[in-house]
Design a binder for this molecule. Structure first.
Ligand SMILES: CC(C)(COP(=O)(O)OP(=O)(O)OC[C@H]1O[C@@H](n2cnc3c(N)ncnc32)[C@H](O)[C@@H]1OP(=O)(O)O)[C@@H](O)C(=O)NCCC(=O)NCCSC(=O)Cc1ccccc1
Length: 133
């Protein structure tokens, strides 16, 4: 599956408020899937840092897309667990979510994601999620 097919799936299937984050698929494949969002005032909480809610939504979205990258096509999955660690305040120009499948079984898919701030390249959040397929 190529980046434009993945982007098309994302644009057609995710909730409007998630699409309001302006997620762009920059890489998709069996090894890893990468999404990017701009940092805008709309996703910041008080204090001028990115809200945890936006970070969690980005991570969940990236890990759903990583399932598609792993299987070579978008497959219907439902999030069963989502765990996030907010390592440091998110700020900068953009956030890059690097997601991968750690194990895909017959009914469950295990994934992880690192969110990195640009241009600092510092990790601001780690996440894991489990999906039912
Ligand atoms: C504070 C702590 C949880 C733990 O700290 P510690 O273990 O003691 O770690 P340490 O002191 O080593 O600092 C680590 C790094 O953080 C930096 N830094 C620290 N303070 C500030 C600051 N004030 N401003 C800017 N940067 C600051 C500090 O320079 C360092 O950076 P470096 O490593 O040199 O590059 C930290 O991990 C953290 O901020 N995580 C992110 C939490 C987060 O963003 N959650 C989501 C948003 S909340 C939400 O959405 C809910 C909500 C919504 C609406 C309304 C209300 C609530």
């Amino acid at each position: 599956m190529d980046v434009s097919t993945a982007q098309d799936f994302l644009d057609r299937n995710f909730a409007p408020w998630v699409l309001a984050l302006s997620p762009t698929v920059t890489e998709i494949g069996p090894a890893r899937t990468v999404l990017r969002i701009p940092v805008t005032p709309a996703i910041n909480r008080t204090g001028g840092i990115v809200s945890g809610q936006a970070l969690a939504a980005l991570a969940d979205t990236a890990m759903v897309m990583a399932c598609g990258g792993h299987f070579g096509e978008m497959v219907p999955v439902g999030t069963v667990t989502l765990d996030t660690q907010f390592l440091r305040p998110g700020s900068g120009d953009a956030l890059r979510a690097e997601a991968e499948v750690t194990r895909a079984g017959r009914s469950m898919v295990f994934t992880r994601c690192t969110i990195v701030a640009e241009p600092s390249d510092k990790a601001v959040a780690l996440a894991t999620a489990t999906f039912a397929r």
